[in-house]
Write a protein of this length. Sequence first.
Lengths: 338, 331
Amino acid sequence: MTATQEPLVQVRNLKKYFPIQRGMVIQRHVGDVKAVDDVSFDVLRGETLGLVGETGCGKTTVGRTILRLYEPTGGQVIFDGVDLVSLNEGELRRMRQRMQMIFQDPYASLNPRMTVGSIVSSPLDVHKTVHSKNKSKRVDDLLDMVGLNPEFVNRYPHEFSGGQRQRIGIARALAVSPDLIICDEPISSLDVSIQAQVVNLLEELQRELGLTYIFIAHDLSMVRHISNRIAVMYLGKIMELADRNDIYLDPIHPYTQALMSAVPLPDPDIQRKRKRILLEGDIPSPTNPPVGCNFNTRCPAAKERCFKEDPAFREIKPGHWAACHFAEDFLQPDKKLV
Amino acid sequence: MEPLLQVKNLTTRFYTDDGVVHAVNGISYNLNEGEVLGVVGESGCGKSVHALSIMRLITDPPGKIEAGEVLFNGVDLLKVPDSHMRRVRGADIAMVFQDPMTSLNPVYTVGFQIMEALMVHQSISRNDARARAGELLKLVGIPGAEQRLNDYPHQFSGGMRQRAMIAMALSCDPKLLIADEPTTALDVTIQAQIIDLVKRLQENLGMAVMWITHDLGVVAELADNINVMYAGYIVERGPASAIFKHTHHPYTIGLLGSLPRLDEAPGTKLLSIPGLPPDLVMLPTGCPFAARCMYTDEQCLSAMPPLVPAESKEHLVACWHWEKIAEQVIA
C-alpha cells in the first residue's frame, strides 16, 4: 500500500439533513435528522480510509453522499479537482465511472433475475467503456480477478453463497476500472472465515490496480487491519481521524478511547486483565443532538464547557485530528481514561 | 460432583424437501454448576440448533431430535412429558435470544412480559410480580426501572431490550442461562455493557451460562470452557486458555487466524480458510473439515475422527493429525 500525499477526494463541510415532515395533506417541515453534520476530510490517492462508528452515526450516509446517491444539504465533495456537488446529471454520470460502491448486503444488492454475467457487465453497458465484442472477455477476466470461475457467468445469484455474492459485487464495482471504491460494510454479513477471504481479496486488488478505498464498517479490528488512516464518527460528526496505529495506541478523543477498549480481543490472558471504559446509555437521537459537544451525554470526562461549546475538529498533532476541547490533556499518557 | 447438564450423543435432523439436514451429529459434553461455557462456530454449524434441542424447542416436523440424552440434574429432558418441560423452561433453564427487536412482543408492555413468566412459574400475586419485575429491571441497569415497566418494547433501545430480555430470563433464578448470540445485533460499546452485566450477574447469582457466539473475542473474556463446533460436530473442546494458546484443530487454528487483532503488526496477512462449510444435506463420510484442510489425507476422507483427549483430559480434539499439527505449529 503506497499512499501518496496527494488527495483524491476532498470532503469539505459536508452536510446531509433528512427532513421530518408532519401532516397528511399539508406537509409541514418540523425538523431534521442530522445524519451528517459538517464533516471534512481528505482521502489520499491509493490509501484506504476506514470510516467507523456505531449504528446510526452517519457513516453510510457519508459514503452515499460522496457519490451523490444522496443530494448533500451543504458542503463540497472535490473529486480529483472537480466539485461533484456542482455537476449536472450527465457530467455526474461520467464521473461515476471513476467511483464505485460495494454494498453491505450481498443478498439485496444483486438482482435475482439477472445472471452473474449481466450483473457484472451492466456497468459496461451504462458507461460504454468496452466494445460489445470484447465484453464477454472482460467479464471473464473480472470474474477470474475476484476468484470466481468464469464458467459461472450464466448462473443466478441464488446459486452462490454470501461470500461468493460479495465477490460478484466486487467484480461489478471493478468493471469500469474505477479510482475510488466505497466499501459499505462489505463483510459484516459474512462469517469470520469468509470475511478474511474477502478482505485478503480487497487488499490484493488494491495492490494490483492501485485502488483507493473508503472502507465503512463497525468492526474496529477489521478496519484497523485494512486501513491506512481511520476516521471515527459519532452522531453525524467525525470525532477523530488519525493513522491506524495512532488511533489504537494513542486515541485522543474519549469516545475513541472507550470504543477501542470495548473491542474484545481473542486472547483470554489479555482480555481478562484489560480495563474497559463502559459508556453509559445509548446514542442520542440525531433529530435532537445535545447542545455543545455531541458526545457530552455519555462522556466520562465531560466538563462544563462541553455542554456549551461545540468543539472544533482540529489537528492536535501532525496528521492526528480530533474534536475535543481537552484533546491536549488526553495526549499525555497519564491522563488517558484507561 | 454431578454435572448440572450432561449432553450425550445429541443428534438433531431436519427432514426438508431438499433432503435430510444433519444439523447436530452426536455431540456430548458436560456443563457444571456455575460454569460459563462458550459455544463457538460459524452460521450453520449447529450451535443454535443444539441449544434449542436442549430446550426441546425444535419444531417437529420438520425437525426431529433423533438420538441422545440431555440430563439436567440427572433427569433426561428428552423423555419427560411436555408439562414437565414447561416447568423447566424459563424456571430452571432460561434463554436469551439473538434479536432483541423481535423476541419481545410489541403489543404488551415490557413489565407485563416480565411479570408473565413470574406468575406462570411461581404462582405469586400480580402486585408481588410487579414489584419483582421492577427489581429485575433495576438489577440489569435500566434507569427509572419502576416507570419503564409501563413502556412498550418500541420505546426501548436495542441495548435496553436485550437487558429486558436478560431480566426476563433471570426472573425465576434459573440454574442455567442459555444466551444465543445475545450481543450480535448490538454495537461494541453496548456489547461491552451487556458482557459486563452478564459477568457480574453470573458471579453474584452463581448460575451456569452457555454463551453461544461466532465471536471468539467475546468468549475469550467470559468462558471457562469452550466448545468449537463445525458442521454439527464438536471439533475441539477445552478450557479457554487451552483453546486460544494450544489450539489443535486446524479449523480452530484457521478461525483464530481469520481474526485481525487490534494489536497486530502492520502488514500482517490474514490466514483465511479456503472454501465453504459443507452442505449439511450431503455431509462427507470422513471429517467434515477435510475439504478445507491443508493436512487432509486418506484417513480424513474415509472416517470421522473421534473427539479424544489431547494433552490433558479436559482438552479434547477431533482430528486424526492433531499431534503432527501441534509439532508443526511449535516448529
